[in-house]
Design a protein around this ligand. Structure first.
Ligand code: IPD
Ligand code: CA
Ligand code: CA
Length: 261
């Protein structure tokens, strides 16, 4: 496990170096994917290619799920889950919150997770049963038990241009009950900020495995809880300490939006 964690850390740092080499430059090659709001850059593609190739060289039997290149089948029960650049909208605008997210699963259970935010030079990591760390130092979720003193983050789904089930219902219930709401722009970083106690809580709907796989282990290994609050919108989760997760869950809609357009 130590060897695989060292490997994941090295991959994340190298992908981060690739990202910083293009950051705020003139050659991002911004393209759109699902809609005009969904962007991808040369740095997303190059980072994923680097990580997928590195895994193929070091662990040729392992499967890989990468956001940009999809599933690479393997011959073992190990599977890497990768978001090569989480927070591409921030990245493409020159905003500093973006990260690389790398997780390793065995038969569907996440064994290790690394999230690296290169501009901030923050490396979060966790191994199952061994706690979570930020730049080598142990981290823990905040112990606040009162939403009125809490600062939480969220995000908005990419299909918000056509789907009115866009998280505003949850936001309108939570906003008056908390000290502040942030939209950081990188789900993997949001989860790590919860793990370190920089955020007290986080919720978002319509996420994907690559967004949350590493970050979820990092939160739970930091003493927190990550709970699904609905199952009809891909991955929809709320994170924080268990007391806050219960309080936020009570404000979250677990039913699909049922209004008319
Ligand atoms: C996005 C970020 C964002 C979240 C979106 C994700 P990407 O990932 O994590 O914070 O709100 O749902 O798709 O596209 O930058 O890898
Ligand atoms: Ca992502
Ligand atoms: Ca991404």
């Amino acid at each position: 496990m130590t060897q695989m964690l060292d490997f994941a850390r090295a991959c994340a740092r190298e992908a981060g170096r690739i990202q910083l080499s293009y950051f705020r430059g003139a050659h991002l090659n911004i393209e759109t994917k699902f809609n005009l709001h969904d962007v991808v850059t040369v740095a997303d593609k190059e980072s994923e290619r680097y990580i997928v190739d590195a895994i193929a060289k070091s662990y040729p039997d392992h499967a890989v799920l990468g956001e940009e290149s999809g599933m690479h089948a393997g011959h073992s029960d190990y599977r890497w889950v990768i978001d090569p650049l989480d927070g591409t909208t921030n990245y493409s605008q020159g905003l500093p919150v973006f990260s690389v997210s790398i997780a390793l699963q065995y038969r569907g259970e996440t064994l290790l997770g690394v999230v690296y935010a290169p501009y901030l030079d923050e490396l979060y990591e966790a191994c199952r049963g061994r706690g979570a760390r930020l730049n080598g130092r142990p981290i823990r979720v905040s112990d606040k038990s009162d939403t009125q003193r809490s600062v939480v983050a969220t995000g908005f789904p990419i299909d918000k241009d056509r789907n009115p089930d866009n998280n505003l219902d949850n936001l309108s219930r939570i906003l008056p009950r908390v000290r502040g709401v942030r939209r950081m722009g990188s789900a993997a970083y949001d989860l790590c900020a919860v793990a370190a106690g920089f955020l007290d809580g986080y919720w978002e709907l319509n996420l994907h495995e690559w967004d949350v796989c590493a970050g979820t282990l990092i939160v739970t290994e930091a003493g927190g809880e990550v709970r699904a609050f609905r199952t009809d919108r891909n991955i929809s989760i709320v994170a924080g300490n268990p007391v806050l997760v219960a309080q936020l869950s009570a404000c979250l809609s677990d039913k699909p939006w049922s209004g008319t357009l």
